[in-house]
Design a protein around this ligand. Structure first.
Ligand SMILES: [Zn+2]
Length: 509
């Protein structure tokens, strides 16, 4: 299966089974917006919950929810008004507006590292030299100019009260630093996370669920004393290996990652802040748990001209996707004191922390994920064809439906018995789906393609001796067990305390 074919199949499955689909279809759709359906919403929430399990609980990180619309002053202070822009060009023939860097990457084989370095005049020069044309109609392109990619609005009835849709959730944390510092009992280090929608007015997004104009961001800002930058959690991750492509290697044109432990990466100065290395190690484990093996992950250090304006050192965590190649799923920016300092200057309010008579602006490291993109990543790594059927091998804790419940036939008291079991499982907190339509084989197939790990079948023997069969999504094996033990067994299975073979007597291979 080719990469693009797999991507199409996943998107077809996503539409058909209610994971996600392009928004506003009845009005012709609009690229860069997707709607998560019933199953996709559950999957996305589970990924976000896993993020909390990995990042926020071990360090008692505080979670907040701030607004999506912010007054312009905040983004003037943060530097976004000046820097948050992309080079754009208009086709003289069809009038479409396209991203210059993407055109140069697609038509002239330039890398994003090369294009990001160039100013408008240099971009134009490259386009002319390499004969770049409109990607849609082949027409001649005009002069490139910058387009600010924040959504702009006015707040209330005053046209001069300019506001922006937030392109990141981080600023909603920085501007509340005084109150958050109080909530953290005025002690460093502490972290604050925000999971919510963000908006980026992308010029011409054409990558389905990978590049969205409205998406869910998970921003974690971790504040620490620059004079006391030691990570207290380091021993939990120091032997973890990271696959890094360092900036200086990129300059030499190397793309192969080096493999180093967290400890080495810090000793050799590859990663500057200990807390940043800690979060990178967590992220590797987080993605492994989401189904992405180590060798399909890498961390790319950003070059000076690729970094965001606020960052002293940045890495992108990239995952290999068959259709889109190496794709960023998260960013690690060492933002230093940049944001708090700027808000202090622009607001006139003291944003410093204090410790033993010393006043200073805390430093910040930031891991930042997009959860929509992670949904796609999870689907791609779970998607498998088995005997021309689709099998979504989702990690069991991420599956939107835990268990299918099936009466073998729709008569003779089997549906009633099955429904009873379904209700019992629901009251125990399992997402259990009752399904009696079609042959049992078709019901299994429907459950397999949305990744339901287990199926319970109620047959005539169930009425006599209170036993049922449990079927495994991945191996299609079946075991027989007693209904009285079912709830305990399933809790143990979904908490990874038991494997499928431990759930009963094997009756079918
Ligand atoms: Zn055109």
């Amino acid at each position: 299966m080719q990469g693009s074919e797999k991507a199409e199949r996943i998107q077809e499955l996503a539409k058909r089974r209610g994971l996600f689909w392009p928004s506003y279809e009845i009005y012709g759709g609009l690229s860069g917006f997707v709607t998560f359906g019933p199953l996709g919403t559950v999957l996305k929430h589970k990924i976000e919950e896993k993020f909390r399990e990995f990042y926020t609980r071990p360090l008692s990180i505080l979670e907040i929810e701030s607004s999506v619309i912010l007054p312009s002053k905040i983004f003037e202070a943060s530097g976004h008004v000046e820097h948050f822009k992309e080079p754009m060009v208009e086709c003289t023939k069809c009038k479409r507006k396209l991203r210059v860097d993407h055109l140069l990457e697609e038509q002239a084989g330039m890398s994003d590292t090369e294009t990001e370095k160039l100013n408008l005049a240099e971009l134009q020069n490259e386009m002319e030299k390499r004969g770049v044309r409109c990607a849609e109609c082949g027409g001649v392109l005009g002069k490139p100019k910058y387009f600010m990619t924040m959504f702009t609005t006015t707040i209330g009835p005053y046209s001069d009260a300019l506001g922006y849709g937030r392109p990141e959730a981080a600023q909603g944390i920085f501007v509340e630093f005084r109150r958050l510092w109080e909530q953290a009992r005025e002690r460093l280090p502490f972290g604050v996370v925000q999971i919510g929608h963000a908006l980026r007015n992308e010029i011409s997004p054409r990558q389905g669920p990978i590049r969205l104009r409205e998406f869910t961001i998970m921003d974690l800002e971790f504040f620490f004393d620059p004079n006391d930058p030691e990570c207290t959690q380091l021993e939990k991750v120091e032997t973890e290996t990271l696959r890094l492509v360092r900036a200086e290697a990129k300059l030499r044109g190397e793309k192969e990652p080096i493999e180093v432990t967290v400890k080495e990466a810090l000793q050799k100065g590859y990663v500057k802040a200990e807390w940043q290395a800690y979060f990178m190690a967590l992220s590797k484990r987080f993605l492994v748990d989401l189904g992405v093996p180590d060798e399909k992950q890498r961390f790319m250090e950003k070059l000076d001209w690729e970094k965001a304006h606020y960052a002293a050192q940045s890495f992108d965590q990239e995952i290999y996707l068959e259709r889109w190649g190496w794709t960023e799923v998260s960013g690690y920016a060492y933002r230093t004191d940049f944001d708090l300092k700027r808000h202090m200057e622009f607001s006139g309010v003291d944003m410093r922390a204090f410790k033993e008579g010393r006043r200073f602006i805390p430093h910040v490291v930031e891991p930042s994920f997009g959860s929509d993109r992670l949904v796609y990543v999870v689907l791609e790594y779970a998607y498998q064809a088995k005997k021309d059927r689709v099998l979504l091998r989702l990690p069991r804790e991420l599956a939107p439906i835990h268990i299918g419940v099936y009466p073998l036939v729709g008569k003779d008291g089997l549906p009633e018995k099955a429904w009873q079991i379904r209700q019992m499982l629901a009251s125990e907190g399992f997402a259990a789906e009752y399904d009696e339509s079609g042959s049992i084989g078709r019901r299994y197939a429907r459950a397999d393609e949305v990744g339901t790990p287990l199926g319970i079948t109620i047959d005539y023997d169930s009425l006599k001796d209170d036993t049922i069969t449990i079927r495994d999504r991945d191996s299609w094996k079946q075991v027989r067990t007693h209904i009285g033990q079912l709830v305990d067994l399933l809790h143990a299975y979904f908490n990874y305390k038991k494997e499928f073979e431990d759930l009963g007597q094997l009756v079918r291979d």
